[in-house]
Design a protein around this ligand. Structure first.
Ligand code: PLP
Length: 372
């Protein structure tokens, strides 16, 4: 009888995430499941926390992976920090800033938008003006690495503005962690979330987060009950923050956490700076090849993310047909444009294990062949 088991096709993942997983991460996830309160698992949780602190560049006690994708980490920040009536300055220069606005409004807050063009970074001067115009704003929220456009914003400058105006900073580092410098303590950032499926090259479905002591105080000072049971830190920390006395909150995704642990071990073995340098080098190689083929990148060089390259689709080219051919002929996945950039750009990811010379060569060869 033919087995109904699923066997995924062989792919090279060069889209906006997930990226290719290292065989050691896959092997780690295939190990036997143990209980989420087993002493051996608790030791693993402590080690994951320590390794996440190193990756984020923080000594924050509240550092843990949320059991859910990057969107769950985003929601955890807003649902714990924003109460009805709170004003939050939200920077929107792509899809994910728009989701932050949506989160603020769903929590009953008032989102003050600072908008910049898709393809440009957040403008600190506009942020300063918005914070000055809204004294008492609870937080400033922005995306460090906008995956929809391939643009990096100046997190250090934006967090400093938030602190200057007495607002908390909420920072999306889903696409940045492991790929470009993330320095939570040096930035003075307050609530930071990420994802596992991008530059950490781990399976999708977990969201590392970290909260500064100031953000923890703000959670404790809430006047209203957190409207989410699952993401309420006052309950969740009984498990992740419980030290030796951890109590059941939810059944942790045990095998996914084995995978995250192994990806953080790999990051430590390579070194954070070396990982950033590898992403930058493969980006330069990819851009040189794309430009040699006559393809252009819409983002100014100073603001480009090495790990997410928006590439202008030439006139008269059916962008979806090109992606379909890359997938069927070369097993190569690249991303489509999102939102305002749909149909106008391809998004080529060089994230984690996918930031390699072999990936760059495969992508350039595939594109050259399909566009010939
Ligand atoms: N924020 C950014 C910048 C992202 O790129 C993504 C996903 O691409 C998310 C948030 C949401 O993460 P997830 O798809 O894991 O829920």
């Amino acid at each position: 009888m033919k087995s109904a088991s699923f066997h995924p096709p062989k792919r090279l993942l060069m889209g906006p995430g997930p990226s290719d997983l290292h065989p050691r991460v896959l092997a780690a996830m295939a190990q036997p499941t143990i209980g989420h309160l087993d002493p051996a698992f608790i030791d693993l949780m402590d080690d994951i926390k320590r390794r996440l602190q190193a990756a984020f560049g923080t000594a924050n006690e509240l550092t843990m992976p949320i059991s859910g994708p990057g969107s769950a980490g985003m929601e955890a920040c807003f649902v714990n920090l924003v109460e009805p009536g709170d004003v939050v300055v939200v920077c929107v220069n792509g899809v994910f800033g728009g989701r932050m606005k949506e989160n603020v409004e769903r929590m009953g807050g008032h989102a003050v938008l600072v908008e910049d063009a898709w393809g440009s970074p957040v403008d600190p001067a506009k942020v300063e003006a918005a914070l000055a115009a809204h004294p008492g704003a609870k937080a400033l929220a922005f995306v460090h690495a906008e995956t929809s456009t391939g643009v990096q914003s100046d997190a250090a400058a934006l967090c400093a503005l938030a602190a200057k105006h007495g607002a908390l900073s909420i920072v999306d580092t889903v696409t940045s962690l492991g790929g470009i410098p993330v320095a939570v303590d040096a930035w003075g950032a307050d609530a930071v979330y990420s994802g596992t499926q991008k530059c950490l090259s781990c399976a999708p479905g977990l969201s590392p987060i970290t909260f500064s002591p100031r953000a923890v105080e703000a959670v404790k000072a809430r006047k209203t009950k957190c409207p989410s049971w699952f993401l309420d830190f006052s309950l969740l920390l009984g498990y992740w923050g419980g030290g030796a006395k951890r109590a059941y909150h939810h059944t942790a995704p045990v095998n996914a956490l084995y995978g995250l642990h192994e990806s953080l071990v790999l990051l430590e073995e390579e070194g954070l700076e070396q990982s950033w340098a590898r992403h930058a080098l493969q980006h330069r190689a990819l851009v040189a090849g794309l430009e040699a083929m006559g393809l252009g990148l819409p983002v100014a060089p100073a603001h480009r993310l090495p790990q997410l390259n928006a590439v202008t689709v030439p006139d008269s080219i059916d962008e979806a047909a090109v992606r379909a051919q890359l997938l069927s002929r070369f097993g190569l996945e690249i991303g489509a444009g999102l939102g305002a950039l749909a149909g106008k750009v391809w998004r080529i990811g060089l994230m984690g294990q996918s930031a390699s010379p072999a990936h760059v060569m495969a992508c350039l060869t595939g594109l050259e062949t399909v566009l010939a």
